[in-house]
Design a protein around this ligand. Structure first.
Ligand code: SF4
Length: 325
């Protein structure tokens, strides 16, 4: 006898299988990826490598991306740039109560962390990745700051331990990219992903949800593009207005607005449905400093927002990737 499953039954079984694999969540979270890959939880240690950014120092522009705060989108990195070992110890102390038996990701977050000569980057990254307590080196940067000598260095580092490179794409739409003053064009991103994947780097792409003048269809096109780009992970960052930014000036003049919680929860559910099930979702909310946050204030309660997104996905019968044709 031949048992053929009808498509509805197949879909139900597929959903059940995914939910089991993703520990009950309807998407492939970073936590789930870490447990599967490293068999333990890893904590991020936000570190400050003392970099700046070509989009702020006048090389590309001096204004920076319009949402970028004084801390170079890395407020959680410690201010001290003198000694990375001391920064690691201090960052570990912050999570010591919950991190027993866990591992650590050394995360260079603020500004553009490959914006320095390769020799200086080697002096910075090699001792960090060589430490016994560090499992992953994660580097946030721009795709236009990955010259050949830096790629060779990253390749060498990736022979020691996993190296993640986080690229700030934000959007695939050139008009939006100009509006936010991103300072590079899409082919530059494509090339960077290709080259990084070619040397064994895990690539994570930052996107922004709720950019002014972008519709849900525009945002969907961006996450679909990232899913197909070869990147391993994606961050969905809710647009935040932070004090001291160009975006804050526009917001205060009433020229731009931020999403309501309901709008965001709905958009996030649809966007996740359009991300390939193999792509790890590293972030689903914002990561702005509370002291600098002007809007949206509701984003402070991350747990509630995440629960609401999960609930919304259930209501809409969405799991990650289910809306891809
Ligand atoms: S590339 Fe990063 S650090 Fe540079 S201006 Fe944009 S957000 Fe800020």
């Amino acid at each position: 006898m031949c048992f053929l499953l009808d498509p509805l039954m197949e879909r139900i079984m597929d959903i059940k299988e995914r939910l089991r694999e993703w520990n009950g969540r309807r998407y492939y979270s970073l936590d789930c990826f870490l447990k599967k890959t490293f068999r333990k939880k890893l904590y991020k240690l936000s570190l400050n490598g003392g970099m700046t950014c070509p989009n702020r120092d006048g090389t590309i522009s001096s204004g920076g991306c319009i949402f970028c705060s004084e801390g170079g989108s890395g407020e959680f990195a410690l201010k001290c740039t003198q000694d990375i070992d001391k920064q690691i110890d201090a960052a570990k102390a912050l999570v010591s109560r919950k991190a027993d038996g866990s591992g650590y990701i050394a995360y260079f977050q603020a500004f553009t962390n490959t914006y320095a000569p390769a020799g200086r980057l080697r002096e910075l990254f090699l001792p960090v990745i060589s430490r016994d307590d560090i499992d992953v080196l994660s580097i946030a940067t721009r795709p236009d700051c990955l010259e050949d000598d830096k790629l060779r260095l990253l390749e060498e580092l990736a022979q020691i331990k996993p190296v993640w490179v986080e690229l700030g794409l934000q959007t695939i739409h050139e008009e939006s990219a100009r509006f936010i003053n991103r300072g590079y064009e899409l082919p530059c991103f494509d090339r960077a992903v290709r080259e990084l994947k070619g040397i064994g780097i895990n690539v994570i792409v930052h996107t922004i949800v709720g950019l002014p003048y972008e519709s849900l269809d525009d945002m969907t096109a961006t996450v679909r593009y990232v899913s197909r780009s070869g990147a391993d992970g994606i961050k969905l960052q809710l647009l935040h207005v932070l004090k001291g930014t160009r975006l804050a000036e526009l917001y205060e003049k009433g020229l731009v607005s931020t999403m309501s919680e309901d709008e965001y929860v709905h958009a996030a559910a649809v966007l996740i449905g359009n991300i390939s099930p193999e792509t790890v979702i590293h972030r689903l909310t914002g990561d702005g400093s509370r002291a600098l946050l002007i809007s949206p204030k509701w984003s402070g309660d991350k747990r509630r927002v995440l629960n609401r997104i999960n609930h919304q996905m259930k209501e809409m019968d969405i799991i990650q990737g289910s809306l891809i044709d």
